[in-house]
Design a protein around this ligand. Structure first.
Ligand code: FAD
Length: 417
């Protein structure tokens, strides 16, 4: 009889280590050949495994169900994660925004350390084996059934991840397994993903679709403000870096906005960019006037080089509805106002979010209402626990999602009897 952990990502590995360190007999079942495939590609192969921040700020970065995570994050905090890895010989470093990485910049080093701990604690690791279903009676799981055999279970921890990046193994099996035991699954939605746009409105309110004016693909913008609006009411905004893709936008601030809008109705949503958030309309108008004076008799199309990245200029010209051939000295106040309007509030009607397969994390999952936050134990099945992204929790970028996996895994592994 053992604690059976299903899924060998950060949540499952941590749960198995924690249970084994308490002297439990633990079996970890992973369907891939190797453990931690998603963790391997995390942080562009560098694994941003946590964030050096306090718990209050940490929970502010959690988009879905932060309160539910309070006990888990207190019990195994970002500071505890740093301690855990460093005390076991992995040197860590903290970068911009509190992001913690291994000094080696190799996610494989984080995984190797965890696999080493699994082995030294006697965890039986079963790779290339997929959990299919359970035998259960009297509100208890008795047996875990895989494609290769059966395991008698004292308790079971489901740590199968979400449904994004399915090639890494997270294909939503945990949802099916949880549902089969009577759990509710909140509909999975893409989070931290690109936003697809229909086109852009010009200053006359006409929609220029992306076939008439393709997005300046690959162009990256720094120090801009991006907003999600409905009828000009700002719902969410972020300041920082973004980039244009062939179908819309991506990059850090876009990913954050996507997580906050994934449950919204997209029909009236507008993605708006303020290219010059540091300047109010009046100051920006004065700046443009100065640029025009400097450009003297140049045409409008040759006057914006100091103000904008080159590849954005044709786009801005078209949207401002000002004749590109017009000499700058004959551009009137109303035209300048239109130009300022586009620079401060370039509006793109939202089409959709990218597919969930492309999302960095999955929002939605096993409803936290049916889980005890102090133990990660199921309120429906006595010997069942959950950990990691399979739960209806998700956070912004910065190491928060792996920390959630580690904290909930640690708690589940400590409580599983
Ligand atoms: C490209 C990318 C970059 C990322 N970068 C970061 C980052 O830098 N920092 C950060 O905090 N987060 C990052 N994330 C998110 C983070 O990797 C995940 O939130 C985290 O891995 C979730 O951990 P988990 O253990 O819950 O699930 P997973 O890591 O998805 O692990 C679940 C495991 O369960 C296995 N499994 C599934 N079904 C079964 C079954 N039926 N039987 C047996 N095994 C099964 C899967 O094969 C998988 O190995 C990134 C995600 C992606 C896609």
């Amino acid at each position: 009889m053992s604690v059976i952990v299903i899924g060998g990502g950060p949540a499952g590995m941590m749960a198995a280590i924690a249970a084994a360190e308490r002297g439990k007999s633990v079996i970890l079942i992973e369907k891939n050949e190797r453990l931690g495939r998603k963790m391997y590609i995390s942080g562009k192969g560098r694994c941003n495994l946590t964030n050096q921040t306090d718990i209050k700020n940490f929970l502010e970065q959690v988009v879905s169900n932060p309160k539910f995570l309070m006990s888990a994050i207190h019990r195994f905090s970002p500071a505890a994660t740093v301690d855990f890895f460093e005390s076991k010989g992995l040197s860590l470093k903290t970068e911009r925004g509190g992001r913690v990485f291994p000094v080696s910049d190799k996610s494989a080093d984080v995984i190797d350390l965890m696999v080493g701990l699994l082995k030294s604690n006697g965890v039986a690791i079963k790779t290339s084996e997929t959990v299919k279903c359970f035998h259960y009676s009297q509100d208890k799981i008795r047996m875990v059934i895989t494609d290769k055999g059966d395991y008698q279970a004292d308790s079971v921890i489901i740590a199968t991840g979400g449904v994004s990046y399915p090639k890494t193994g997270s294909t939503g099996d945990g949802y099916t397994l949880a549902k089969s035991l009577g759990h509710t699954v909140i509909e999975p939605k893409p989070a931290l993903c690109p936003i697809l746009l229909q086109g852009c409105y010009d200053t006359s309110g006409r929609l220029i679709d992306r076939l008439q004016q393709p997005f300046p693909e690959g162009l990256s913008l720094k120090n801009v403000e991006a907003k999600i609006t409905v009828h000009d009411t700002v719902l969410h905004k972020e300041f920082g870096e973004m980039l244009f893709t062939d179908r819309g936008v991506s990059g850090p601030i876009v990913l954050s906005l996507s997580s906050k809008m994934n449950r919204m109705n997209f029909s009236n949503l507008v993605f708006a960019i303020d290219l010059k958030p540091a300047l109010d309309e009046k100051t920006l108008d004065a700046r443009i006037l100065r640029d025009f004076e400097k450009a003297n008799n140049k045409q409008f199309k040759n006057s914006l080089a100091d103000l904008l990245p080159k590849s954005l200029i044709p786009y801005i010209m078209k949207l401002s509805c000002i004749d590109p051939e017009k000499p700058v000295h004959s551009i009137n106040r109303a035209e300048r106002k239109a130009l300022v309007e586009i620079l401060k509030n370039m509006k793109f009607p939202v089409k959709a979010l990218a597919d969930i397969e492309e999302a960095i994390v999955t929002a939605g999952g096993v409803s936290v209402k049916e889980i005890n936050p102090a133990t990660m134990g199921s309120k429906i099945i006595h010997n069942l626990y959950f950990a990691g992204e399979v739960l209806d929790v998700d956070a912004l970028t910065g190491g928060y999602n792996i920390q959630i996996a580690l904290s909930t895994g640690f708690l589940a592994g400590n409580k599983a009897e």
